[in-house]
Design a protein around this ligand. Structure first.
Ligand code: PMP
Length: 360
């Protein structure tokens, strides 16, 4: 028996079928240029125009004003863990971090390594990062406050922005970018690795308020300089042409769906359906606290490691793949990013019910 494969991977992860098909076409030959998108010069007229198009679509979907630069950089979100402190805080200057799991811990560690004075404003570590911290002990004077909008590993997500007054808010939006509207104007900087909701791995979107680019007069590696990258439209050196092109196709798909508001409504429905199935089950339980639950990464456990392994293996046999939780926490994780259709979640819920009948 053959099944449609439903890919619940956390990233790289599911992309819309239409995007993959267009990318496959363009990988062979772009219609007007008669070259593969992977062969084309980043200094060609085609690419100059494509970069403009991708940026215009990013700005339109995220409602980004001209006060912000939009960059497409390499090195993953992990490079941003270093670039943010390197560009926004001087050595010895204080910066605040809200800790919601491994990703924000890694971001804070990088700032510390670079000699910035890291202040942990709040942390969910005591509760095993299953709940988001509700209050934050923010520094009076701080270069910025960094938070991770969605914790991909623990399956927690801020539903409201952290309240930081007039401090500069920096967001790692890698795992929920464009899954819901995000108020860019409330942020100094937003970054997101592409490989969840934006396209393939290899490019990271950075949206940064232009006035902040003037602060970093100190030396930093050329490739880690936001101001330079902004001045060169992300093309100081060779950009990841393929990844940016497919990111562009994904943005066009989001626009065709009706934009982040329509996508959000779908995501609410998908997540509610899955959490309801978990809450009603006698053998599964959700791991994220009520009120902190992610719409993107739904983490749950069964009563034993053996039962979890059996669930993951049997689900894969019917085409529901990559449901194993992150290696650091175990259990199961269903990543239901923008491109996961409602039918994929319905199939997972039906399989969970069937599995429970057989193993309850
Ligand atoms: N931040 C978050 C929230 C993540 O989920 C990840 C992993 N994809 C990262 C940062 C690190 O991203 P990358 O692998 O692109 O460096």
């Amino acid at each position: 028996m053959t099944h449609v494969i439903r890919n619940f991977a956390a990233g790289p992860s599911i992309l819309p079928r239409e995007v993959v098909e267009q990318a496959a076409h363009d990988a062979v030959e772009l219609d007007d240029v008669h070259l593969s998108v992977m062969e084309i010069s980043h200094r060609s007229p085609f690419w100059a125009n494509r970069m403009k198009e991708v940026e215009a679509n990013t700005r339109a979907l995220m409602k980004i004003s001209d006060d912000y630069a939009v960059l497409y950089l390499q090195g993953g979100a992990t490079a941003q863990f270093s670039m943010v402190p390197m560009n926004l805080a001087a050595v010895g200057e204080r910066c605040d971090y809200i800790l919601t799991g491994g990703w924000s811990q890694k971001a804070a560690a990088e700032a510390e390594k670079l000699g910035r004075e890291v202040h942990i404003a709040s942390s969910g570590e005591e509760g095993g990062f299953t709940a988001l911290p509700q209050t934050h002990d923010l520094s009076d004077e701080t270069a910025y406050v960094h938070y991770t909008a969605n914790n991909t590993v623990r399956g927690t997500e801020f539903s409201e922005l952290p309240e930081v007054g007039d401090r500069i808010l920096v967001c790692d939006a890698s795992s929920n970018i464009l899954s819901r509207p995000l108020d860019v104007a409330k942020h100094g900087l937003i970054y997101a690795g592409a490989q969840k909701n934006l396209g393939p791995a290899g490019v990271t979107l950075v949206v940064v308020r232009r006035d902040l680019l003037e602060r970093a007069t100190w030396a930093k590696p050329t490739i880690f300089d936001y101001k330079l990258m902004a001045a060169k439209s992300s093309m100081y050196n060779t950009p990841p042409v393929w990844s940016i092109h497919v990111l562009g196709l994904t943005l066009e798909w989001i626009a065709r769906q009706g934009g982040p508001e329509v996508i959000e409504a779908r995501n609410i429905k998908k997540a509610a359906m899955l959490y309801e199935a978990i809450d009603q089950s006698a053998i599964f339980r959700g791991t994220a606290a009520e009120g902190s639950r992610s719409r993107m990464n739904v983490c749950f456990r069964a009563s034993s490691d053996e039962l979890e392994a059996k669930f993951v293996a049997e689900a894969a046999e019917v085409g529901l793949v990559t449901l194993k939780g992150h290696r650091s926490v175990g259990g199961m994780r269903a990543s239901i990013y923008n491109a996961m259709p409602l039918e994929g979640v319905e199939e997972l819920v039906a399989f969970m019910k069937d599995f429970e009948v057989r193993n309850g």
